[in-house]
Write a protein that binds this ligand. Structure first.
Ligand code: ADP
Ligand code: ZN
Length: 228
């Protein structure tokens, strides 16, 4: 694959963990704090679904059932996004790679730009609690800030702390049944990547069951040295 704008020195970080582990929340914080670009294949796929592209049409039903979208579609979407100039600042991959095929394709892509993975960070969580976490979550439709009914409610109900927006959105796949399929897909197809990155010597694990800010602090300790 070519066309990526990643430069030799641009940091490349991967966040691994099941749905609900907090990858999106933490990726956004890393983006703000370290000037990295959050690349969420889930967000890119949802945008494709909303735009009604061919890829979006194919992805829609798979996403609603909690399965994984085909590697071909995901890789095409990711590759296009990586080719945009802002990615030269460095990227936090959130929700990608999710299969061994995707991980190998990423390796090839990075090799072509003489780039490597600085860290693959596994957010370690207790599975049984992910259903509660996911079922309570929602996002500001204007700025994308993430919230949770119990764990991170906005200061004023219905109003975004970040931008004052009132258009809060809940994802169609954030319901108990779909979450169980998503957790299953994670364990069978994505969890093997923990070993994959451990063998490459880039794996870091952090406890992600605690307070959002404590997790952000633990992540920053890993990320700061690679972004200087
Ligand atoms: P979560 O991590 O909470 O499951 P995401 O927004 O990352 O949420 O993904 C939502 C859905 O989008 C997934 O359940 C899957 O169907 C699809 N998806 C996202 N990223 C990928 C990927 N890298 N490979 C295959 N499917 C993906
Ligand atoms: Zn907002």
């Amino acid at each position: 694959m070519d066309g990526a704008t990643l430069t030799k020195t641009a940091p490349v970080l991967i966040l691994l963990g099941p749905p609900g582990a907090g990858k999106g929340t933490q990726a956004r914080m890393l983006e703000e704090r370290f000037g990295l670009v959050q690349l969420s294949t889930g967000d890119l796929l949802r945008a494709a679904v909303a735009a009604g592209t061919d890829a979006g049409k194919e992805a829609k039903s798979v996403m609603e059932s909690g399965g994984l979208v085909s590697d071909g579609i995901v890789l095409a979407i990711l590759k296009d996004r990586l080719a945009e100039p802002d990615c030269a600042k460095g990227v936090v991959l959130d929700g990608f790679p999710r299969t061994t095929v995707q991980a190998e394709a990423l390796d090839a892509l990075l090799k072509a730009s003489q780039q490597q993975i600085d860290a693959a960070i596994s957010l370690e969580v207790v599975d049984a609690q992910m259903v509660t976490r996911i079922s309570g979550r929602f996002t500001c439709g204007s700025c994308g800030e993430g919230y949770h009914d119990t764990f991170k409610a906005p200061k004023t109900l219905g109003i975004c702390d970040n931008c004052g927006g009132t258009d809060m959105k809940r994802r169609a796949d954030d319901n108990a049944e779909t979450v169980i399929s998503r957790l299953d897909a994670y364990h069978t197809q994505t969890a093997p990547l923990i070993t994959y990155y451990d063998q490459k010597g880039v794996l870091k694990k952090i406890d992600a069951m605690g307070d959002i800010n404590d997790i952000a602090k633990a992540l920053a300790e890993i990320v700061a040295p690679v972004t200087v």
